[in-house]
Design a protein around this ligand. Structure first.
Ligand code: ATP
Ligand code: MG
Length: 452
């Protein structure tokens, strides 16, 4: 281990001394990845790519770091780019096959797998082949020498679940939010599953939907569940974090963004999900000549789909600061459908508390009673409340050396210490709703505020 650390430090120094030595940097990045340091590997691959943008091995290396960090969508887009150019090494196709299988597209996965083994029989992977339904006669490998800096796809550590793409969930894992689920079914899933019915009513699947609302109330969470539902329905779902666009690989956010849309258009039906979209779609006023404003222009252009049709491509975005969005994004054809994600109501809070504390040592708690006292709490606030109560109890149990069941009183005591985080949001939203609601943008917020 010590020797590895020493070797890494020596390489680190060598790379600093010879910043333009691409081969050295690639080797260093590969070793970082093999040593479980994907973040640093990612930075090294990006630096190398900035110096050698067309280098396929570097692209593959970067795709592996994304895969390893659970950023499957970014990995998928890069691998597709390599495969499209017809220059994919067998290793790239294998990883691509793995990801396609995860995306619920076993046919394309099997195609890529076959191409990989055809190009290099030593790369045959019986386990992957088995999962793809490919028989052993096709998977007989000859074995081959491994290059130290080149980590085979099967050796890239699997995402741990802590990354931006945690394990798959579906609507069943989301407490309450029935209205939102219904809207997502109607507006996102059904148009893709039953496009003919949609067309009968003069609507075409695709377009843009914006989820907005106070922080911690489940926008990202429900989008994750929607992704799970989409995959079950064979609709692709690409998850695009802001840092993926601002710094995905080429240092040219506009081009990266185009790659995502391009991918989606080639794989309709496809949902592109932009989390924290207020950064990507920020108001350009006062932002002239900043690189960010170019990305925003590109985003508008991609959404408009003037050069390429966007039929079957749905752009879904989430923000807790809708007032930061450039108004251009709300024009027809762009994010013209809005979905307000309110804080959980009393029934939903009851359900969420029960869900959060399921399986913990507890008395028969009146969750409804606790829900009543947690008006304005977001899902994240309730999770913090449950955590705090559990921690207090755990400390007590450690002292007494036996489990001490949680009580409603513990939960209420924890609630006392938490300030509901939606209060400030509604204060700000009210200002916008009262003073700049020309196009009715905040009508749902106003309607909601009348009910509380
Ligand atoms: N309806 C729900 N069911 C189960 N868990 C929920 C629900 N709503 C929120 N949570 C929990 O609260 C956490 C915070 O929610 P999430 O990250 O989706 O909020 P958000 O609306 O995206 O916030 P932000 O605007 O800050 O990004 C989730 O990770 C999840 O654990
Ligand atoms: Mg979020």
């Amino acid at each position: 281990m010590e020797a590895d650390e020493e070797k890494l430090n020596r390489l680190r120094e060598a790379v600093i001394k010879s910043p333009d030595d691409i081969v050295l940097r690639e080797r260093f990045a590969g070793i970082l990845l093999g040593n479980g340091l994907p973040e640093e590997a990612e930075q090294e691959y990006k630096k190398a790519l900035a110096r050698s943008p067309g280098n396929v091995r570097l692209k593959l290396g970067l795709a592996k770091t994304y895969y390893c960090r659970g950023k499957n969508s970014a990995a998928l887009v890069i691998l597709e780019n390599i495969a499209q150019a017809g220059e994919a090494p067998a290793e790239a196709r294998l990883l691509y096959a793995e990801l396609l299988l995860g995306e619920g597209d076993p046919e394309s996965a099997a195609r890529e797998y076959r191409k990989a083994v055809e190009a290099d029989p030593s790369k045959a992977d019986p386990a992957l082949a088995g999962r793809l339904g490919i028989g052993p006669e096709e998977t007989a490998g000859t074995g081959g020498a491994a290059d130290e800096s080149h980590i085979p796809a099967e050796d890239v550590p699997r995402p741990s679940g802590a990354g931006p793409q945690p394990p798959r969930i579906s609507f069943r894992d989301v407490c309450g939010m029935e209205k939102v689920k219904e809207e997502i079914r109607l507006k996102i899933l059904c148009p893709f599953c039953k496009p003919e019915i949609y067309r009968d009513y003069g609507k075409s699947p695709g377009g843009g939907i914006l989820l907005y609302g106070p922080p911690g109330c489940g926008k990202t969470y429900i989008a994750r569940a929607a992704a799970g539902e989409a995959l079950n329905a064979h609709i692709r779902f690409l998850w695009i974090g802001v840092d993926d666009i601002l710094d995905m690989w080429t240092g040219d956010g506009g081009r990266d963004l185009h790659m995502y849309f391009d991918y989606a258009r080639r794989h309709r039906p496809c949902v592109l999900f932009f989390d924290e979209a207020d950064v990507l779609a920020a108001d350009r006023a006062g932002m002239r000549d900043v690189p960010g404003s170019r990305i925003i222009d590109q985003f508008v252009m991609e959404l408009d789909g003037q050069r390429y049709s966007n039929e079957g491509v749905l752009a879904l975005a989430a923000t807790n600061a809708p007032w930061r969005l450039d108004p251009a994004f709300r024009r027809p054809g762009r994010f013209d459908r809005m979905l307000f994600i309110p804080p959980p109501d009393k029934k939903e809070r009851t359900e969420l508390l029960r869900f959060l504390l399921a399986g913990k040592p507890a008395e028969d708690i009146d969750y409804g009673g606790v829900a009543k006292k947690t008006e304005g709490f977001s899902g994240a606030d309730l999770a913090a409340l449950a955590d705090a109560a559990v921690e207090t109890k755990l400390r007590e149990a450690m002292g007494k050396r036996r489990p001490v069941p949680l009580t409603a009183r513990d939960l209420l005591a924890a609630a006392e210490k938490i300030r509901p985080s939606t209060v400030d949001w509604f204060r700000t939203a009210r200002n916008y709703a009262v003073f700049s609601n020309q196009d009715g943008f905040y009508n749902d917020v106003l309607a909601y505020m009348r009910t509380i």
